[in-house]
Design a protein around this ligand. Structure first.
Ligand code: UTP
Length: 282
């Protein structure tokens, strides 16, 4: 299976940090966000990855490229550990890039992947969302896809006050998944058909492109993936899965802080000192 990582958005919720750098390059502990996302795809067994970029996003391409001058400087100064780290990044997977010319929404970004994907099901991982899970969230969805042979969307229970920030599903529980009856983009808590929010990991069947091509702009005047999924739902069953693990939306300042702290607390190099610091902070 191939993977598509949309990373062309403006990142307005994280301004001014994202004025001149992609939000997908914001570091979480010691790596840019999008590296965690690519590593999740690779750990799920995916080798071919298309990243959707746009203007102001060149740093993403540079990050996954070789840096020959830096490599030779590290080699000459005997910094082998860092050398290995940066060479490994450029060897992670076959990474391709395409530019979304105008930021017309997530659905439009995914449509840019049509030729790359061909006629097969494919995984989508939002470039500003980190998940932690074993197996990785994308692998969990791929396993469900193998079983159900239909589109699968990762969801998570969200607090009522957070509902207006999510696409929310209405579904019927069947074993470990929900069969989806409806999807609503960013409803009010009163209008929401459930508390199951879409978190930014999908396995989509290629028929989604037919609907992305003709769907009109929806919420926020953007081409919404949720609206195309609603149309797809009329012709084939689609499923939601409450994935096992944690998820951080790096597009929000609080989740970015939480993810950096939690990942750092799992790192032996600084765990003890950071714990001590946090204990004394409040
Ligand atoms: P978001 O809606 O969270 O990203 O899209 P955004 O538009 O950058 O966020 P704000 O609201 O302005 O802060 C989720 C993912 O889809 C990508 C984003 O880069 C992000 O990784 N995206 C969004 C695109 O690739 N193209 C778009 O037109 C919109």
């Amino acid at each position: 299976m191939k993977a598509v990582i949309p990373a062309a958005g403006f990142g307005t919720r994280f301004l001014p940090a994202t004025k001149a750098q992609p939000k997908e390059m914001l570091p979480v502990y010691d790596k840019p966000t999008i590296q965690y996302v690519v590593e999740e795809a690779v750990a799920s067994g995916i080798d071919d990855i298309l990243i959707i970029t746009g203007r102001n996003k060149r740093a993403i391409e540079d990050h996954f490229d070789r840096t020959l001058e830096l490599e030779s400087a590290l080699k000459n100064s005997g910094k082998d550990r860092y050398l290995k780290q940066i060479v490994d990044i450029s060897d992670l997977a076959n990474i391709y890039f395409i530019r979304q010319k105008e930021q017309r929404g997530l659905g439009d970004a995914i449509l840019c992947a049509k030729n790359f994907v061909g006629g097969e099901a494919f995984a989508v991982l939002l470039g500003d969302t980190i998940t932690i899970g074993s197996p990785p969230c994308t692998k969990q969805l791929m396993d469900i896809y193998d079983d159900r042979k239909g589109t699968v969307i990762a969801v998570e229970k969200v607090a009522p006050e957070k509902i207006p920030h999510y696409g929310i599903i209405k579904g019927r529980k069947t074993d470990s998944t929900y069969e989806i009856d409806d999807l609503v983009e960013k409803p009010s808590p009163e209008e929401a058909p459930s508390d199951l929010g879409i978190i930014g990991r999908y396995v989509l069947t290629p028929q989604i492109f037919d609907h992305l091509e003709c769907v009109s702009p929806g919420f926020g005047n953007e081409i919404q993936l949720t609206d195309a999924l609603k149309l797809l739902r009329d012709e084939q069953a689609i499923f939601a899965y409450e994935f096992k693990g944690k998820r951080y939306d790096i597009g929000t300042k609080l989740d970015w802080l939480k993810s950096s702290l939690e990942i750092a607390l799992g790192n032996d190099e600084i765990k003890d000192e950071l714990t001590e610091y946090l204990k004394n902070l409040l």
